[in-house]
Write a new protein. Structure first.
Ligand code: ATP
Ligand code: MG
Length: 200
C-alpha cells in the first residue's frame, strides 16, 4: 500500500514553512509522495486579493524542483467552481487505488475546521495530519483535536516539530515594508516574486 499526502494551500507565496512540514511528513509518516495542491479560488479568502493561480502554481513548482517525492497538482486550479477539500479528497481517494491518502495541515486549519465544508467526509477520506504552528498553544490544539475526534469519531495525527515562524501573510507584509525575505522562501520563489513585482 502506497502512502501519499496532499498539502493544500493558497501558497501566496510558497515558503520554507511549507517545505518544512512537507519534509517532516515524508520522514515522520514514511510517505511515498506529497502532492502540493494550490487552491483555485479559496472560499474563505474570496474577499481578499489573491495572486493569480498560475503564478502561485509556478512558485510551488519551482520551489520543489529537484525533490522526486514532491509533485504539484492543478486539480483545484483547473476547476471552474470553488474547490472544497472534501471534494478533492474524494476524487483522489477514488483515483488512487491501493493508496492511503493523508492530508497535511498546520494548527490554524484544525482550529477553524468547523468552518470547512463537510468535515465528516474530509475525515473519512484521509488521514488528517496537523502540525503545530507559532501562535497556537499546545493545550488548545490538544483540546480541539479531542473535540474533533469525538464529534466525528475519527483520529487526527498531530506532529510536534520545532516551530518555523513563517507565514505567507508575514512575507507579504515584509515586502510591503521593504524588508528582506530571501531567507524565508526557496531561491526560485524569490526570483518569481521579484520578477513579477509581487506584494509591493
Ligand atoms: P497565509 O498567511 O496567507 O494564510 P500561510 O503561510 O498560512 O499563508 P497557506 O498557503 O495558507 O500558507 O498554508 C498552507 C498549509 O500550510 C496550511 O495547512 C498551513 O496551516 C500550513 N502552514 C503554512 N506555514 C506553516 C508553518 N510555518 N508551520 C506549520 N504549518 C504551516
Ligand atoms: Mg494560511
Amino acid at each position: 500500500m502506497k502512502k501519499k499526502a496532499i498539502l493544500g494551500g493558497t501558497f501566496d507565496p510558497f515558503h520554507n514553512g511549507h517545505l518544512n512540514i512537507a519534509y517532516e511528513s515524508i520522514y515522520k509518516l514514511g510517505l511515498d509522495e506529497i502532492i502540493f495542491m494550490p487552491t483555485g479560488n479559496p472560499p474563505h479568502k474570496s474577499d481578499k486579493k489573491v495572486t493569480n493561480a498560475e503564478l502561485r502554481y509556478e512558485m510551488v513548482m519551482s520551489g520543489i524542483k529537484g525533490e522526486s517525492k514532491f509533485k504539484v497538482s492543478k486539480y483545484e486550479i483547473n476547476k471552474s467552481s470553488f474547490s472544497y477539500t472534501y471534494e478533492t479528497l474524494k476524487y483522489f481517494n477514488s483515483k488512487e487505488k491501493n493508496t492511503e491518502i493523508y492530508f497535511i495541515t498546520g494548527a490554524d486549519c484544525l482550529m477553524e475546521l468547523n468552518l470547512w465544508k463537510n468535515v465528516n467526509e474530509i475525515l473519512q477520506n484521509c488521514k488528517f495530519v496537523v502540525f503545530n504552528r507559532p501562535g497556537y498553544i499546545y493545550e488548545d490544539i490538544m483540546l480541539q483535536k479531542k473535540k474533533v475526534e469525538e464529534k466525528y469519531d475519527s483520529k487526527i495525527i498531530f506532529i510536534d516539530i520545532p516551530l518555523l515562524d513563517i507565514s505567507s501573510t508575514q512575507i507579504r507584509e515584509k515586502i510591503k515594508c521593504h524588508e528582506e525575505i530571501s531567507y524565508l522562501v526557496p531561491k526560485e520563489v524569490y526570483g518569481i516574486i521579484k520578477a513579477n513585482k509581487l506584494y509591493i
